[in-house]
Structures are given as structure tokens and as C-alpha cells.
Design a protein around this ligand. Structure first.
Ligand code: PD2
Ligand code: ZN
Length: 292
């Protein structure tokens, strides 16, 4: 059963009850007492707990207090492995401000190879949204080639999108189409923000397609010989690409404002080539091109 597919009033009840600290046994007891079959009750309780734990883990860090408590540690029963519908994923590091997590083994080697093979036929020079006009233009700051996969386009894409929803707590529907990028030596994406500046007139149209972007997942599809890291220059963080791993970062700061510390880029590939898949997540369901 998928948590997303439960009736809204049941999801609301589960959220409220989990927030009070109820565990699986307590949820199952209450659901069966309310007339649900035991199998359904257990499955709904388990899925809801997985979903809410992921949501709490990836939620923006709480506002700092004068005694600035460190971010919540992972729930003890998760260890350092995150559960998804079909694959365990390793949490390799977390940074609280800005919120950045490195995920290990999000995709298998075989899945990475399939993504690259699927993308080969649709590569075109990458573009950026022109903040003045709203048009998609080629730009010297972004020298990759890329292509998109419609949401749910293939069984593999559906599987990956569900994994990302399980991990981030954002529903599949909030995701933009996956973008695949290919960089050759010298190829790079200079530091930029993935969110849209609402003050720029050219961003009005993209903001209507599901609201602001709130988070990015950059998935590495191959090992790069040299260079090609995902760099966060404001905080001096450099994430080296490693096949199957992924960098997640969220841009809502503690005070709910867009976090300028998420300035980031793809540093130049020095040797070899670099393949990534990027998933951008919106605050609401994404309804632009490639949504279905
Ligand atoms: O290629 C990357 O590592 C990278 C880094 C930052 C890609 C993007 N941003 C992006 O596509 O937005
Ligand atoms: Zn970016």
C-alpha cells in the first residue's frame, strides 16, 4: 500500500496520532478498533510511520534558539540506513545550514546504466530560465547537454520517483520531470540558485506551475575521473560524484525564507565525463510540461 493513496481523512488522523508519539502497535490497535481489517491497519500504520519519519528527517532544521540545540539525530531504529519502498539507502553525511544530505546507493549500477542509455537519444544543449523574459535560453554558465523524462515515463523512472518521495517526504506529484545532464571535460554549471527569484518578472510563469522550488536531488550516474563535484561555495562544501549516490538540498531556511547558502554549482569536469539526473521539487503539485 502507498501512503499517498490512503484517504485524506485517514492520513490526517495518522499524522496527528503519530505526532503524539503513537507507535505501530498503538496505531494498529486504534485502526482495528475503528473497524479496519488487521492487515490493512498494519500496512497503513507501517507506511504512515515510514513517510512521517522521512518527512521529519528532511524537514528544514528548527529555528535556532539561544541554546542552539543540534539538529535532531536520526531515529535510533533507522540506524544510518533509510528505508524506501524497494531499496535501502545510506545516509553518508548531513549538514544543517544549509540543509544538505549525501545519500549513498540511491540507484544500483545497473539502474544508472539504464538511465544513461535511455537519455542518449534525447540530449540537447542545456538551457536556463531567462529571469527577464521567462524564455529558456542557452547560457555560457551552463555547458552541459541534457534531456527530460516525463514523470512516470518508464517503470524505472516511476521506481526512482517513488524512492525520492519516500526519502524526502514530498509526494511524487511535487516533482518536476527528471532531467539528465551530460558534461564533457570543461563542462560545468557555474554557481546558481535552483529556486526562482519571485521579484523577477520572467519567473512568474514557472512559479505558477506548482509554486516555488523547495529542494533539489542531484543523482550521480557515473564515476568521474577528475573534477565534476557539486560545490556549495558559501559553506565551502564540495561533494564528489560517485555512481548511484545523490546530493539532496533544501532551500527553506530556519525562518521560512529562501536560503541563500544553497548557492551551488557543478564544477568543471577535468577528466572523463559526468552524467547526472536532477529532480527539482516544488512546494505544491507540479503541473508544467512533462508532469504526466
Ligand atoms: O552538475 C551538477 O553537479 C549540478 C550542480 C548544481 C547540477 C545542478 N546544479 C542543476 O542542474 O541545477
Ligand atoms: Zn542547480
Amino acid at each position: 500500500m502507498r501512503y499517498d493513496s490512503l484517504p485524506p481523512d485517514l492520513k490526517q488522523w495518522l499524522a496527528q496520532t503519530i505526532a503524539t508519539g503513537a507507535d505501530e502497535a498503538a496505531l494498529v490497535r486504534a485502526l482495528t478498533a475503528a473497524g479496519h481489517k488487521p492487515g490493512y491497519a498494519r500496512s497503513a500504520a507501517q507506511d504512515a510511520l515510514v513517510w512521517h519519519k522521512a518527512a521529519a528527517r528532511f524537514a528544514p532544521a528548527p529555528a535556532p534558539t539561544p541554546s542552539a540545540a543540534p539538529a535532531e539525530p536520526l531515529a535510533a531504529d533507522d540506524g544510518n540506513t533509510l528505508r524506501t519502498t524497494d531499496r535501502p539507502v545510506q545516509l553518508l553525511f548531513k549538514l544543517d545550514a544549509p540543509r544538505v544530505l549525501l545519500l549513498g546507493g540511491l540507484l544500483s549500477d545497473d539502474e544508472c546504466a539504464q538511465m544513461v542509455a535511455l537519455a542518449q537519444a534525447r540530449l540537447q544543449r542545456s538551457t536556463v530560465v531567462n529571469p527577464d523574459t521567462g524564455t529558456y535560453d542557452e547560457h555560457p554558465d551552463r555547458t552541459s547537454r541534457g534531456g527530460h523524462f516525463r514523470r512516470g515515463e518508464t517503470e524505472l523512472i516511476r521506481r526512482l520517483e517513488q524512492r525520492l518521495a519516500d526519502l524526502t517526504g514530498y509526494p511524487v506529484e511535487n516533482g518536476e520531470p527528471l532531467q539528465i545532464l551530460h558534461y564533457l571535460p570543461g563542462g560545468e554549471y557555474k554557481p546558481h540558485y535552483d529556486y526562482f527569484d519571485p521579484a523577477q518578472p520572467g519567473n512568474e510563469a514557472v512559479l505558477k506551475q506548482g509554486g516555488q522550488r523547495v529542494a533539489t536531488v542531484v543523482i550521480y550516474l557515473n564515476d568521474v575521473e577528475a573534477g565534476g563535484s557539486t560545490v556549495f561555495p558559501t559553506v565551502g562544501l564540495d561533494v564528489l560524484p560517485r555512481k548511484g549516490n545523490a546530493t539532496f538540498f533544501a532551500y527553506l531556511a530556519e525562518d521560512g525564507r529562501l536560503d541563500e547558502r544553497t548557492l551551488h554549482g557543478g564544477s568543471p569536469v577535468l577528466r572523463g565525463e559526468k552524467w547526472i539526473a536532477t529532480k527539482w521539487i516544488r512546494e505544491r503539485a507540479y503541473v508544467g510540461a512533462g508532469a504526466t
